[in-house]
Design a protein around this ligand. Structure first.
Ligand SMILES: Nc1ncnc2c1ncn2[C@@H]1O[C@H](COP(=O)(O)OP(=O)(O)OP(=O)(O)O)[C@@H](O)[C@H]1O
Length: 585
């Protein structure tokens, strides 16, 4: 229960409703008790008339009518209070589920990129959906059934003891066995359910990947292989589901068996005691039979609730693991620190903490507002890493990264990120309209601003070519757009933000050279007083930059302007010659 203590704050938050729930449960239980009582009284009255103890038929009829009315009234009130009981406990559990999901999601958003690299998306999703659902079972049904069981047990068993103590002992003797058996069965059911869910999750991942990669599957003609793999997974899933169904099928027969034993004991012991005169009224036996049946479900529930709590404990443990994870990148400065955009790398060496890969080695350069720095180099040479460090997605351990003369850690993180317009290598578009995807850079941007940004990113003409124009909904990962269109929408998103620092990570790679030229010219105008860094593999993207640095395995091997670099021997000149040749061919 250690892990579940985390939820106490929610119990406290909703204590009013919960206390009301406990009160309603007690009332509902008391009314439930009236039903068997009145049935017992009615049977006794009929028996007494048959035996000749009562001779007045009208009196018996009147007695029966009163009993029926009381019985009906009690049953109706009990049903009403049971409904209200569910309205309190189950509704509170839904509130807690909502709060907890929000809390986890908000915490996820705070966590650093490294956390997402270390944990699989499926796992993150499971903790916020599956695990929270299991925890809800503890907050709602488990709590509700526990309170019902305790109340019912205290009220019913006390009354039974008052009526016939020995018969009560016999009647309730099989109940602990029932509880234990249901607990064991529930554990087995939970184990098998977990396996079934694992299979389901494998099947979902496989299906999702197959649909996402359908173009590759078709191009390579591997549909038969994919079908076989799916069939194998589905077969595994079927076997595990059948295993689960077998143990689930035992649940009710087991309950019926033990209720049957209790009923036989009540009839046999009750009958012999009635004959010997130890039980005064025949109706008591009927009453007890109903009580035993009434107690069966709550007793079975004890076992079920125990396993529910165990599962919730395990789930909350997994949730707490993530909630206790601190973001590695923290905002260390509360006051606002506006950013002008003077960027300075000073002998900076950076190693990725998770892989130990040294991505940058002794890198030094400066770039001022109004300037464009271009970074060029082979794949894996550390170009993207430079941009990630400027956005403080990772912290620098060796050397110094200053912005406006201040070490990056001493800047307000929100101000820093606000001042950056970043276009990543993989443009990610949300399943939303094109205009909302662009507006992502500036939430309250007007329609005109969206169009203006799209024009500057040279994508406006493409957008108005779609039937629904800016209202075109993009499918999962923007599949209705070409690679180059996606890149340009992503550029428009950065432009509309109008940030002080613009970072472009190889985001012109899928765009033809003419459109590239148009965008670069627009960027030239936009970035008059801004700091711009363009990462690219293409000379055409970097040639107009004020400064160019060439990276190789994390080190700067060349520095200069386009003209300086094409006139000195080295990587840049070779690349220039190669790309010039390709263009001519
Ligand atoms: N998140 C990460 N965690 C661990 N290692 C990483 C991470 N990102 C990049 N690396 C490694 O750091 C090195 C530099 O990568 P980086 O992405 O900066 O190169 P790049 O020059 O931008 O390459 P490309 O042109 O292919 O985009 C590579 O060896 C890469 O494998």
């Amino acid at each position: 229960m250690k892990e579940l203590k985390y939820l106490n704050k929610y119990f406290l938050k909703y204590k009013g409703r919960l206390l009301l729930g406990v009160f309603i449960t007690i009332i509902a239980t008391v009314f439930k008790l009236v039903v068997p009582m009145k049935i017992g009284d009615s049977v006794t009255a009929v028996k007494q008339y048959m035996n000749g103890e009562i001779t007045d038929l009208a009196f018996v009829k009147h007695e029966l009518l009163i009993n029926i009315l009381l019985l009906l009234g009690a049953a109706l009130l009990s049903a009403l209070f049971t409904f209200m009981m569910r309205q309190t406990f189950i509704v509170v559990s839904r509130y807690v589920e909502f709060d907890l999901k929000n809390e986890i999601f908000q915490h996820y958003e705070k966590l650093s990129l490294g956390f997402y690299k270390q944990n699989r998306t499926g796992d993150l999703m499971n903790r916020i959906s599956e695990d929270v659902s299991k925890v809800r079972m503890y907050v709602g049904p488990a709590l509700m059934y526990s309170i019902t069981t305790v109340t019912l047990f205290i009220v019913v068993v006390s009354y039974m003891f008052y009526k016939a103590p020995t018969l009560t002992l016999y009647a309730i003797a099989p109940l602990p066995i029932l509880s234990l058996a249901i607990y064991k069965l529930s554990v087995l059911i939970n184990q098998r359910t977990t396996i079934v869910q694992q299979y389901l999750s494998k099947l979902t991942t496989f299906t999702q990947e197959s649909f996402s990669g359908i173009a590759v599957i078709k191009a390579y003609g591997i549909e038969p292989r994919t079908n076989t793999n799916f069939e194998e997974l589905a077969e595994g899933s079927k076997v595990k589901n059948i295993d689960l169904a077998k143990v689930q099928a035992l649940f009710f027969p087991l309950m019926m068996l033990l209720i049957g034993v209790s009923n036989i004991l009540v009839i046999y012991i009750g009958g012999t005691r009635y004959i010997s005169g130890e039980i005064a009224e025949f109706g008591t036996i009927v009453e007890f039979l109903i009580y035993v049946n009434m107690l069966t479900w709550p007793v079975a529930v004890v076992g079920w609730v125990t396993s529910m709590v165990q599962q919730a404990e395990a789930s909350q443990k997994r949730i707490n693991e993530f909630l206790e994870t601190e973001p590695t990148i923290q905002n260390l400065v509360e006051e606002s620190t506006p950013v002008d955009g003077n960027i300075e790398f000073n002998n900076l060496t950076f190693t990725y903490p998770d892989t130990g890969i040294k991505a940058l080695k002794g890198v030094s350069f400066t770039v001022k507002p109004g300037e464009t720095l271009a970074v060029i180099g082979n794949t894996g040479s550390g170009k993207s890493t430079i941009l990630e460090l400027i956005g403080r997605l990772y912290d620098v351990e060796e050397g110094m990264l200053k912005i406006d003369g201040t070490p990056i850690r001493k800047l307000n993180l929100n101000d820093l990120r606000e001042s950056i317009g970043y276009v990543p290598q993989d443009s990610f578009l949300f399943s939303d309209t094109l205009s909302n995807n662009i507006r992502f850079g500036k939430e309250n941007a007007s329609e005109e601003e969206v169009i203006e940004a799209a024009k500057k990113a040279a994508v406006h003409k493409n957008i108005i070519g779609f039937n629904k124009g800016y209202d075109t909904i993009l499918g999962e990962r923007g599949i209705t757009l070409s690679g180059g269109q996606k890149q340009r929408v992503s550029i428009a998103r950065a432009i509309i933000k109008d940030p002080q620092i613009l970072l472009f990570d190889d985001c012109l790679s899928a765009i033809d050279t003419e459109t590239e030229e148009e965008i670069l010219q627009n960027l030239n105008k936009i970035s008059k007083n801004k700091t711009t860094i363009i990462v690219s593999h293409r000379i055409s993207s970097v040639k107009n930059a004020n400064k160019i640095i060439v990276l190789d395995e994390g080190e700067i091997i060349q520095k200069g302007t386009h003209n300086e670099l094409i006139n000195s021997e080295g990587y840049y000149k070779e690349l220039y010659a190669k790309q010039l040749l390709e263009k001519e061919m």
